[in-house]
Ligand binder design. Structure first.
Ligand SMILES: Cc1cc2nc3c(=O)[nH]c(=O)nc-3n(C[C@H](O)[C@H](O)[C@H](O)COP(=O)(O)O)c2cc1C
Length: 162
């Protein structure tokens, strides 16, 4: 079973969740970088607007070859209840036909479900079969707690199966 985890993380929490998944599931990892400056209060506001409008952004890597993978994970923070521009940009460039897909979203406290719903619509358009989804709240959590919460989800959702 070849698994690939594709994710975007601005502040590092989704990065930690993705790395914990990769370690436990023996998966490969690709972090998508957004070339737009998203630091500071004003840019946070603009980022929320971008997410609501589902705007695309410049990313690195710009494209991915998924030929050698059976199961693809997509992970993203929640921005204004939506997926981030970086993850939507890469999804729109992936051929997901015949791929099993797992979706995960981090969030401070709420609206992760609407994020997942939108991701689900997007990957299905690209041909994916969504086999699992989950959200993780990150607010005020220590890195140790984030790791143990992620490991609990792996067990609960039986992710080693896929
Ligand atoms: C622009 C922006 C919008 C956000 N909107 C939400 C939101 O609607 N709901 C929520 O619970 N958290 C929201 N957050 C918090 C992030 O989703 C949360 O802290 C996430 O775990 C950050 O992941 P990262 O550290 O990998 O970037 C927002 C953060 C940013 C920067």
């Amino acid at each position: 079973m070849n698994r690939l985890i594709i994710y975007y993380s601005q502040g590092g929490t989704t990065d930690l969740v993705a790395k914990t998944l990769a370690k436990n599931l023996n998966a490969s990892l690709v972090r998508i970088h957004d070339l737009k400056n998203r630091e500071g209060f004003k840019n946070r506001l603009l980022s929320s607007i971008s997410a609501i409008r589902e705007e695309k952004t410049d990313i690195v890597p710009a494209k991915l070859d998924l030929t050698n993978y059976d199961t693809i994970y997509f992970g993203t923070p929640t921005w204004a209840g939506n997926p981030t521009p970086a993850i939507l940009t890469i999804i729109d460039r992936c051929n997901l036909r015949a791929k099993d897909v797992v979706l995960f979203a981090t969030m401070d406290s709420n609206r992760g479900d609407s994020n997942i719903e939108r991701l689900e619509e997007k990957v299905k358009i690209r041909g994916a079969r969504v086999i699992e989804t989950f959200t993780i709240t990150t607010k005020n959590k220590s890195p140790e707690k984030l790791v143990s919460d992620t490991e609990a989800i792996i067990e609960m959702k039986d992710l080693k199966m896929y």
